[in-house]
Design a protein around this ligand. Sequence first.
Ligand SMILES: *Cc1c(COP(=O)(O)O)cnc(C)c1O
Length: 281
Amino acid sequence: MKPTPIDKIIIDGRTFYVKRDDLVDPHLSGNKFRKLHKLLQTPKENLNKIISYGGTQSNAMLAIAKMCYLKKWEFIYYTKPLSTSQRQQQVGNYFEAIKLGMKHIEIDNELYKDEIANIRFNLDAKTYIVDQGGAVKEAEEGLEVLANEIREQNIGVKSLATPSGTGTTALFLAKSLPEYRIYTTPCVGDVEYLKAQMLSLVDELPKNLVILKPKKKYHFAKLYPNFLDIYNKVLDAKIEFDLLYAPGMWEALLEHTKEEVLYIHSGGVTGNKSMLARYFK
Ligand SMILES: *Cc1c(COP(=O)(O)O)cnc(C)c1O
């Protein structure tokens, strides 16, 4: 595949560069595309089923659904019970994933933890489990591919940024690019929680990884007027970002950094339709 392009934008009078990983595919883009690299490279015949679990509007879910659609693999996705409004929604990641053939299984709240622990048992050789959000060691391979693209495109910027959920993307990017500074910020939980998540994948955090503290305590997927403002501000600069992760990253970058930064677009724009519907209800 060709490297994704890098665009230049001006925000609040500052120059930023954006690595357009959002342009890969409408469903399978951003860091989910990178994290699934190894599976995407796996020959069709080697597998016939992917199992995953997590949120019902997750970007990872939609990305895996698209991958399985392309590979003709069965995709089973476990979640806690769906709300009635979500079941009826005609937009958003869940709706799209079902259209792509995802088989959805709901588990009662009380049983959820145990049943998820149990999916690992008695798997046959052609079944593969992708842990929630794609937070797996295998993700490193795809992030090395991204790292090599950035190195080769060499635009003369020494700082990169990308927002964190599990932190898998920022962590492996920092590991693969020791000569760059990698900024990230937690969008799910606080800084300590993010560090703990990262330390479940490696023994020690890379020195070049800089975790910026969010301006205030944000709860994932809640609505914040300033997030919508930031979303619109970058949209005015002609690039659409997601409404869950990117606003916090942009806010932290504008507040804590001064240098030119290359922002790695993490995708997730398909989820905006359902998020905007919530903002404008
Ligand atoms: C999944 C996701 C993230 C978080 O990625 P991690 O590797 O889990 O930290 C960030 N932005 C978007 C748009 C995502 O979909």
